[in-house]
Design a protein around this ligand. Structure first.
Ligand code: DC
Length: 236
């Protein structure tokens, strides 16, 4: 049987990481896990349970309820991609709204939330054969990942992509609000005390501002093939 590896794809919000990661996983028959969806699911839970007042999170209340939050993924046969479930309910649509996007960063700064989710993420990857995207996958979750990529693109291009994505789903969207949200999340992601967003020393850098989805897919497949060749040569 061919050896399986762990592939970590980190980077800024809305830079097309998920699309790349999903396409790669599908092409090579790996499991795809969107770790951001897990932080979004916790955020949705907090919103649904009155744990926010304005932008402020009741951290102690959430800590007490962490044990009641079950997050899972199930393959959606129509899209061929995993949908996110929160306590048995499909929340894939609800976790992508601007309301959740606007509240997720404070949740992602809480150490007990990160500890719980990192633990689950490591379990999901224990048999390898996984592509996971997020912010700290190559630095914290899987520092031993055989292939690490750090993706970036300009904030304006990322805001435009998220705007197009929401519009395509028939959801409300305002470009300026989205740009402000992208910039604010970049700041919080890079400056938080626990697992701030940073490129792992051994991660390949990909600026996809001016690349098509197909070009990125091709590039990533080449990196995968290169790593696999290296492993096979080492073993031979
Ligand atoms: O990738 P995304 O936009 O769906 O991520 C949602 C939020 O979760 C984002 O503000 C950063 C945070 N996140 C994180 O802190 N660590 C991860 N591994 C993934 C996401």
């Amino acid at each position: 049987m061919e050896k399986k590896i762990v592939i970590a794809i980190d980077g800024y919000s809305s830079c097309g990481k998920s699309t790349m990661a999903k396409d790669l996983a599908r092409a090579i028959g790996y499991i795809y896990i969107d770790s951001g969806a897990m932080y979004r699911a916790v955020t949705l839970y907090a919103l649904q349970h009155g744990l926010f007042s304005g932008g402020d999170i009741d951290a102690e209340g959430l800590r007490r309820q962490m044990g009641d939050i079950r997050i899972g993924f199930r393959l959606n046969p129509q899209s061929g991609r995993p949908d996110t479930y929160l306590n048995g309910t499909n929340v894939e649509g609800r976790i992508r709204t601007l309301e959740v996007s606007a509240h997720v960063s404070p949740i992602a700064t809480l150490d007990f939330v990160r500890q719980a989710l990192v633990e689950q993420q490591r379990q999901l990857g224990q048999d390898k054969g996984i592509v996971m995207d997020g912010r700290d996958i190559g630095t914290t979750v899987f520092p031993q990942a055989e292939l690490k990529v750090f993706v970036t693109a300009s904030p304006q291009i990322r805001a435009q992509r998220r705007y197009d994505e929401l519009k395509a789903k028939g959801l409300e969207a305002d470009y300026d609000d989205i740009l402000a949200n992208v910039e604010q999340r970049d700041y919080i992601d890079q400056h938080r005390a626990v697992s701030p967003l940073r490129r792992a020393d051994d991660a390949l850098l990909l600026d996809n501002s001016h690349m098509s989805i197909d070009e990125q897919k091709q590039w990533l497949l080449e990196q995968y093939a290169r790593v696999m060749d290296g492993l096979n040569t080492q073993e031979a």
